[in-house]
Design a protein around this ligand. Structure first.
Ligand SMILES: Cc1ncc(COP(=O)(O)O)c(C=O)c1O
Length: 360
């Protein structure tokens, strides 16, 4: 068996010990004589897996008791629609802080149900920084304020939680979920597709304050109605059972590693290693304001885009795949989520330095 250091933005690398545990339990989950893939979601074995995963997630994030934790389907893109359907609650608009392409998509999706007020966005959509807080034009009558703590494509991350007064704060945590501790009580709702930091594609975590439930628009599909999903313990229909199980294994791994404080220190260190290589090698450029650089998705360009293909080919040959930047922005992107070991980042840095030395 040979494994590479996979820098893909998502689906992304998973902890090796989780994959090995899944392999060991694949045919016979703990004496049940069947795979988790084959279990009824109503079976007590699967119920125990589901309940433990929720509890571990609550423990990791310190989720307060007045928040529901939901395991849904439809990805983060589904939540771009589910959030307005559930949270407009008789209001007509929501505020959007747009710091990248995903925030922009979320703002576009609300148009079917209400209005997006773009309260902040860099001039000319140059997504390389977070607009200063004092420039935001928040509407005190907005149903909620939406932002994207980490913009996966541009590599722009909030290192802080915005204060927005009484209006509920909603965050698309997809690509930075569980990468550091957060104060959940500051949010009305958090959502995250699993396939970056939490597990495989096909499951989406939603953490929502209870008082926001129960006022969904009448057109809301039942599977997107948070109240109905919560009342049915995320089993209104057949959930994404296997993905739920793997997320549970990832949550247990995070606990074994020491929890989110330890993980955050590790992530900060890995990111510093890579940004330092970029900043000290004139060959590479990162366009993001230093204070807003992502710990999870590190973007960089070479001096000439004509070198990109050769860089990527050499990286793949060196067992470092997944470095191609998103097609909308080009360049390179190294996604260094929780499961990327420091050795992977070091191998990338070594490869980058050598490439710059020979081609620079
Ligand atoms: C920040 C962010 N939001 C939303 C999405 C879309 O997620 P999904 O494919 O789960 O709908 C992504 C996917 O890359 C993302 O990075």
């Amino acid at each position: 068996m040979s494994r590479v250091f996979n820098f893909s933005a998502g689906p992304a690398t998973l902890p090796e010990s989780v994959l090995m545990q899944a392999r060991d339990e694949l045919l016979d989950w703990r004496g049940s004589g069947m795979s988790v893939m084959e279990m009824s979601h109503r079976d007590k074995d699967f119920m125990s897996i589901a309940t433990a995963a929720e509890q571990d997630l609550r423990d990791l994030l310190g989720v307060p008791a007045n928040y529901k934790v939901l395991f849904m389907q439809g990805g983060a893109t589904g939540q771009f629609a589910a959030v307005p359907m559930n949270l407009l609650r008789g209001k007509t608009s929501a505020d959007f802080i747009v710091t990248g392409a995903w925030g922009l998509k979320a703002a576009k999706e609300i148009a079917k149900y209400g209005k997006a007020n773009i309260a902040a966005k860099p001039v000319d959509s140059r997504f390389n920084h977070i607009p200063a807080r004092e420039t935001w034009k928040l509407d005190p009558d907005a149903a909620y304020v939406h932002y994207t703590p980490n913009e996966t494509i541009e590599g722009v991350e909030f290192g802080w939680i915005p204060e927005v007064g009484e209006v509920p704060l909603v965050a698309d945590f997809s690509s930075t979920f569980l990468s550091r501790p957060i104060d959940v009580s500051k949010f009305g709702l958090i959502y995250a597709g699993a396939q970056k930091n939490a597990g495989p594609a096909g499951i989406t975590m939603v953490i929502v304050r209870e008082d926001l439930l129960g006022q969904a628009l009448p057109v809301t599909p039942s599977i997107f109605d948070y109240k109905q999903v919560a009342d049915n313990e995320s089993m209104l229909n057949t959930p994404s059972c296997y993905a739920w199980y793997i997320c549970g294994l990832v949550f247990q791994w995070l606990k074994r590693e020491g929890g989110l404080k330890v993980i955050a220190e590790r992530n900060q260190h890995k990111a510093a290693l890579l940004y330092d290589a970029i900043d000290t090698t004139p060959f590479y450029t990162n366009p993001v304001a230093k204070s807003d650089r992502s710990w999870m998705n590190v973007v960089f360009t070479l001096p000439d885009a004509a070198l990109d293909a050769e860089f990527l080919k050499g990286a793949k040959a060196a067992n470092l795949p997944g470095l191609k930047g998103h097609r909308s922005v080009g360049g390179m992107r190294a996604s260094i989520y929780n499961a990327m070991p420091e050795a992977g980042v070091q191998a990338l840095v070594d490869y980058m330095r050598e490439f710059a030395r020979t081609r620079g």
